[in-house]
Design a protein around this ligand. Structure first.
Ligand code: E4P
Length: 218
């Protein structure tokens, strides 16, 4: 399973990139707004750090014509830019346009298998079902991932599932078990994945015992 980072914070992207586990970046208008920095500066820095892996940048128009105009501008920033488009009928028109031109798209705000199916039918490169927000309203977000996985396997769609709205390590593990292609993960959850109290206790004990070893080479 590939790991994307879900952030527009360049420091988080740089830090996660050092681990060598990063396969891409996703942003959205909320994440960009959180940086409180000019959009162009943020995007330039992200694309400099991640020049050859997919970076999703989202359009802000709601009509197909506007999305196409904005998406073309975003695509001009780099070959690895993926145009993130909301799951609406207008959005689907824009997806078809970009996919015909060989520009990758990521259909976002997917909350049902029907929406996923439509996005895949128009040729989306990626779809982003939001598990955390479904959990928030007492639906099992991960069920949606399992349903979409089955649909893809039944019909052989090329679309990749990006599990989005990931809130905790269990979401990541369940995504892997459900056969998701990608999870887009906030930095704090990436950090949490490495943690286990028994690792900390074990390390502390090794270091203590090491102190008593005579004639150490280091
Ligand atoms: C998806 O690409 C979105 O950027 C993101 O995962 C949404 O997460 P949230 O529900 O925590 O805002």
């Amino acid at each position: 399973m590939k790991f994307f980072i879900d952030t527009a914070d360049i420091n988080e992207i740089k830090e996660a990139n050092k681990f060598g586990i990063l396969d891409g970046v996703t942003t959205n208008p909320t994440l960009i707004a959180k940086t409180k920095r000019p959009f162009i500066d943020v995007v330039k820095e992200i694309l400099e750090e991640i020049p050859d892996k997919p970076v999703s940048l989202e359009v802000a128009s709601t009509d197909a014509e506007g999305m196409i105009k904005e998406g073309e501008k975003l695509a001009s920033f780099g070959k690895n830019v993926v145009i993130k488009i909301p799951m609406t009928m207008e959005g689907l028109k824009a997806v078809r346009y970009f996919e015909n031109k060989g520009i990758k798209t990521n259909v976002t705000l997917i909350f049902s298998p029907a929406q996923a199916l439509l996005a895949m039918k128009v040729g989306a490169s990626y779809i982003s079902p939001f598990v955390g927000r479904l959990d928030d309203i007492a639906h099992t977000g991960m069920d949606l991932i399992r349903q979409i996985r089955t649909i893809i396997d039944n019909y052989g769609f090329d679309t990749e599932i990006i599990v989005a709205s990931v809130r905790n390590p269990i979401h990541v593990i369940e995504s892997a078990l459900a056969g998701a292609d990608i999870a887009t993960i906030p930095y704090n959850v990436i950090a949490q994945l490495s943690k286990h109290p028994l690792t900390d206790i074990g390390l502390e004990r090794f270091l203590k015992d090491w102190e008593s070893v005579p004639d150490k080479p280091f």
